[in-house]
Write a protein that binds this ligand. Structure first.
Ligand SMILES: [Zn+2]
Length: 282
């Protein structure tokens, strides 16, 4: 029964959510694009090699080489949107900017409190990685692939058309190779956000309605999750809260509150890595 209720809640959220950011189809609030690939309608990903974000071999001319000293864990944080794409906006709050602030705070917290972790951001400024949305999203996961990341966490804020939705949600891949570990990571983060007083709306696996793998099974709708799965990389989208919810906005309005949320997410991430992370081992 609980499962059914959860599904109904998720479905209601999915239907009622609004994308305030036009073409960004990697947000949960992009309800208008259901059934379409968000990143490249002309070139829908297939199970073929084009769908794989392959890191260039290190040492090849022109290949970006990781600049960090290898440590035990590598976390890639992806502040969603940026550049010409501000994401959702409400009451003076702009998602792209808040996502970047949050990412910086998470990096600061983790690198200050743990010595065995490297944290890399996909963007450090208000920029996109590529003017083409599909290429941009692929490149964000590509940062994780190139740097041999353990996890990619794409940071977003949700928005709804009636401005009444609230709470946290995490989108994860449905692909067998990473779905269980993705769910664990998501639950660790969601639990910490719940402890801050945010409603836990759970995890969402979203199917493409028009693109299927070789076995006829729909692939992941969200590019961040899909490209992660293609590269055997845990890659999730965290919708920390709703940018247009008066209740949730208390977590966004001041730097202290934002930092508190960043610390909660940092602890969730590290709890996963230190207690539950087994992916890629053995
Ligand atoms: Zn977003």
């Amino acid at each position: 029964m609980k499962k059914i209720v959860t599904m109904v809640v998720l479905l209601a959220l999915l239907i009622s959510c609004l994308c305030a950011c036009g073409k960004d189809e990697d947000d949960i609030h992009d309800y208008e694009k259901v059934g379409k690939y968000e990143d490249d309608d002309k070139n829908p990903p297939t199970a073929g090699p084009d769908d794989i974000v392959s890191p260039e071999p290190l040492g090849t001319t022109g290949t970006p080489t990781p600049t960090f000293a290898p440590k035990q864990y590598v976390i890639v944080l992806d502040p969603g949107h940026g550049g010409k794409d501000p994401g959702a906006s409400y009451d003076g709050r702009v998602e792209a900017k808040l996502n970047l602030q949050l990412a910086n705070m998470i990096r600061d917290y983790i690198t200050s409190n743990y010595s065995n972790v490297t944290v890399i951001l996909t963007r450090e400024d208000n920029v996109e990685l590529d003017p083409d949305k599909g290429t941009d999203l692929r490149a964000r996961v590509g940062v994780g692939v190139t740097n041999h990341a353990d996890i990619v966490v794409s940071l977003h804020l949700n928005a709804s058309n009636n401005h009444k939705q609230h709470g946290s949600m995490v989108c994860i891949s449905k692909q067998k190779n990473i779905t269980d570990q993705s769910k664990k990571l998501a639950d660790c983060i969601l639990k910490r956000l719940e402890d801050l007083g945010l409603t836990n709306n759970g995890t969402l696996k979203r199917d493409s309605l028009d693109t299927f793998d070789d076995d006829g099974v729909p692939v992941d709708y969200y590019a961040i999750c899909r490209h992660g799965a293609s590269n055997n990389l845990i890659s999730i989208i965290v919708e920390s809260c709703f940018i247009d919810s008066d209740g949730d906005a208390v977590h966004l309005k001041t730097e202290d509150a934002l930092r508190e949320m960043a610390e909660a997410e940092s602890k969730g991430i590290m709890e996963f890595l230190t207690k539950y992370y087994t992916h890629g081992e053995g």
